[in-house]
Design a protein around this ligand. Structure first.
Ligand code: NAD
Length: 438
């Protein structure tokens, strides 16, 4: 199969690289020349574990190339994937389809033989039909079908998720398109990963429904966590006791500072918006969004309370700012709410993050960056765990506490226990969903 991948971000690059690893010929396209230059030099513009090695071996094998020239990539391709961004549109919470529609028009101009134009970006119901209309309006003679193939990979585990998916969802309307999509995913089909074929609208809905459901689990446990703190329960035990029930499952039941990232915030917002547009309000999703905003704000209060009601003039060491570990992605990370509030409250904030600095330096003005958690904690009055990078999970608590002016810890990912922290010399420990015992 000859594949063109439009957009080389977290999804496009991983998908393109993995398709080439399946044995397909893949050309990855991006409109940002600096990204393509980096890729041509063998450098990966994002941090995604393992991606560099898979990319290198497929470039070496001659199956994977990069270009800014969309027309050459599309020429003769069996399938063209649209994997451009669909951020929240300013003002109304809807998904911004500008990039998708621009890509569709560019693809239309470049189509030669029959091609399946596949939308991998997360898009509202009806978008695939709009993509088809754009292509038809641009090139009445084009021979093509559209397909919806939403992506479910998680940043930080993207290669594994792509190579061993729980399922692949393909929305198609013609046998011809179905057959080509089947060929594209044949290596996964052979290894018996389920492929769900459906209509375009259902495929589009599956992605939003799945993300909204996962976000719901997170907001649910975060709300339970707030109650646990009041009633004297421990949310970790509660989540474990709930999650062992097979009908509930233990995933996405970790209480924390609220969900962030490039998907949940924008996709829940878009789903709520779609519901309003169709006159079927998505009340659960709307509430999930509200609870998430409240959760993030509750974290600010937590740190303020821990610091005696004000952070003014206090030094706070922040461990982790990316929205989760193993990625450099900062989009909608809880740190973007919490850290500016601390800086605004007059705190001196020192930040350490294994891969967040490049983005973080732009997004978090007024903080000092250090390379090492012990250096961050030196002379600080509060240690704030915001992202549970592995590097932060087994720190020498005694050494940290010993170097701080006031050894307090706000462990917003519950990676330490109160007992261990207090035994190591911390005077106060505050987790999420764990009753405070002074
Ligand atoms: P991204 O912002 O990282 O990458 C998008 C890329 O597309 C950018 O490099 C941009 O320069 C390029 N681009 C935009 N218009 C283009 C055009 N006309 N021609 C060529 N290149 C173009 O986005 P992402 O995180 O990879 O997300 C892409 C889509 O996948 C979104 O709809 C997102 O919701 C969805 N998704 C993302 C994830 C994730 O974990 N990031 C997971 C599943 C689904």
């Amino acid at each position: 199969m000859k594949i063109a991948m439009i957009g080389t971000g977290y999804v496009g690059l991983v998908s393109g690289v993995c398709f080439s690893d399946f044995g397909h010929d893949v050309v990855c396209v991006d409109k940002m020349p600096e990204k393509i230059t980096m890729l041509e030099r063998g450098e990966v513009p994002i941090y995604e574990p393992g991606l560099d090695a898979v990319m290198a071996r497929n470039v070496e094998a001659g199956r994977l190339t990069f270009t800014t020239d969309l027309a050459t990539a599309v020429d003769g391709a069996d399938a063209v994937f649209i994997a451009v961004g669909t951020p929240t549109r300013r003002g109304d919470g809807h998904a911004d389809l500008t990039y998708v529609m621009a890509a569709a028009a560019d693809i239309a101009h470049a189509l030669t033989d029959y091609t399946v134009v596949v939308t991998k970006s997360t898009v509202p119901v009806g978008t695939n039909r709009k993509v088809a209309n754009v292509i038809r309006a641009t090139r009445a003679d084009a021979e093509f079908d559209v397909a919806s193939n939403p992506e479910f990979l998680r940043e930080g585990a993207a290669i594994d998720d792509f190579m061993k998916p729980d399922r692949v969802v393909v929305g198609v309307e013609s046998e011809r398109a179905k057959q080509i999509m089947g060929e594209v995913y044949r290596p996964l089909f052979l290894r018996e990963f389920p492929i769900v074929y459906t209509d375009l609208e259902s495929a589009e809905m599956i992605k939003y429904a799945a993300n909204a459901f996962l976000a719901t689990k997170i907001s649910f446990i975060n709300e339970i966590a707030a109650l646990c703190e009041r009633v004297g329960a421990d949310v970790k035990s509660v989540a474990k006791g709930m999650g062992l029930d097979g009908r509930i499952g233990n995933k996405f039941l970790h209480a924390g500072p609220g969900y962030g990232g490039s998907c949940f915030p924008k996709d829940t917002s878009a789903l709520a918006r779609i519901g309003q547009e169709y006159g079927v309000p998505q009340r659960i999703t709307e509430t999930v969004i509200t609870v998430n905003d409240m959760t993030k704000r509750r974290m600010i209060d937590k740190v303020m309370d821990l610091c005696g009601g004000s952070v003014n003039g206090k030094t706070i060491a922040v461990l982790g700012v990316t929205f989760k570990p193993e990625t450099d992605d900062m989009r909608d990370a809880p740190s973007l709410t919490v850290v500016p509030a601390l800086v605004g409250g007059g705190a001196h904030v020192r930040v350490v993050d294994p891969h967040g600095r490049r983005e973080g330096e732009v997004l978090l003005p007024g903080v000092d960056w250090v390379e090492d958690p012990y250096a961050a904690a030196e002379g600080a009055e509060c240690l704030l765990v915001l992202t549970e990078w592995n590097q932060f999970r087994a720190l020498d608590l005694r050494r940290l506490a010993g170097s701080m002016v006031t050894a307090r810890i706000a462990d917003l990912r519950n990676i330490y226990s109160r007992e261990d922290a207090l035994a190591a010399g911390f005077v106060e420990y505050e987790g999420v969903g764990r009753a405070s015992i002074s």
